[in-house]
Design a protein around this ligand. Structure first.
Ligand code: ATP
Length: 247
């Protein structure tokens, strides 16, 4: 696969041989992953496969015992703040101030990153992230999960993050909200943002990701082109890998 062959310094994300243990438990057993501008990679794996650990290593919240994790060439274990400057993390539940509107939340979170977008700029960013204009002035306490995620994406756009990390982005979304959020992610990728998402959602993987890695036993055991597989084949692959973990 062309993108995997990118040299480390040309990759937005370059993980080489990452090993992470918790006591006697090995969460990651030599993970390799390269991601270039505009690529969307889905990390597919059962509970406990190491998806959250991978995200925490990239964010520099954990340190690997072996291997390297570089974001735009910056080693996340050595300079987590420098690496995080290029990364936007969208957790499963994006926390916003419920009493503030979408515009006010965006402007507040942008100031934390040293930015000062005007109201109009904030509206433009929210629109770019796919949030309907009529919601911009509404209090975020009434936002759905998908709407909160879009505010998170708008903050990432404001910060010009090179890498988006998404944790279970479509779990709990209804089909139309999930399809809508998939379009937001694809649009971000088309503008050049690299996206890494941890997910169980086989249904959305094909429409969101250009690359899919099956994480099992702390390694990517198989990388597939999701367009080359129909849903049934993807599901079979996933179940086979799940069975391997259980056995
Ligand atoms: N802080 C910790 N202390 C001990 N063990 C941990 C810790 N964090 C993760 N682990 C273990 O490491 C392995 C990988 O966990 P991780 O949370 O990365 O998996 P995951 O793929 O994100 O799972 P899920 O889909 O349930 O979120 C699991 O065996 C887990 O029990």
């Amino acid at each position: 696969m062309g993108a995997s062959a990118l040299p480390a310094d040309a990759s937005v994300l370059a993980i080489d041989g990452a090993v992470k243990r918790f006591g006697s438990r090995t969460a990651l057993a030599g993970l390799d992953l390269r991601l270039g501008d505009g690529e969307v990679f889905a990390l597919l794996g059962p509970n406990g496969a190491g998806k959250t650990t991978t995200i925490n290593l990239i964010l520099g919240f954990l340190r690997a015992e072996a291997g390297t994790i570089r974001v735009c060439g910056i080693e996340a274990g050595e300079d987590p703040v420098g690496a995080r400057r290029h990364v936007a993390y969208i957790p499963e539940q994006v926390a916003l101030y419920p009493g503030l509107s979408g515009v006010e939340n965006l402007r507040y979170f942008a100031t934390l990153a040293g930015l000062d977008p005007s109201k109009d700029e904030a509206r433009a960013l929210l629109a770019e992230a796919g949030l309907a204009p009529e919601a911009h002035g509404r209090k975020a306490g009434a936002y759905s999960k998908g709407m909160r995620q879009k505010v998170g994406i708008a903050v990432a756009l404001a910060r010009r993050a090179r890498l988006l990390l998404l944790d279970e982005p479509t779990s709990g979304l209804d089909p139309s909200a999930a399809a809508d959020f998939s379009a937001t992610v694809r649009a971000a990728a088309e503008r050049g943002t690299a996206v890494l998402m941890a997910t169980h959602d086989l249904y959305r993987v094909r429409e969101m990701a250009g690359r899919v890695g099956v994480l099992s036993g702390g390694r990517i055991v198989e990388e597939i082109d999701p367009t080359a597989l129909d849903h049934a084949a993807l599901e079979r692959l996933y179940i086979e890998r799940l069975a391997e973990v259980a056995s």
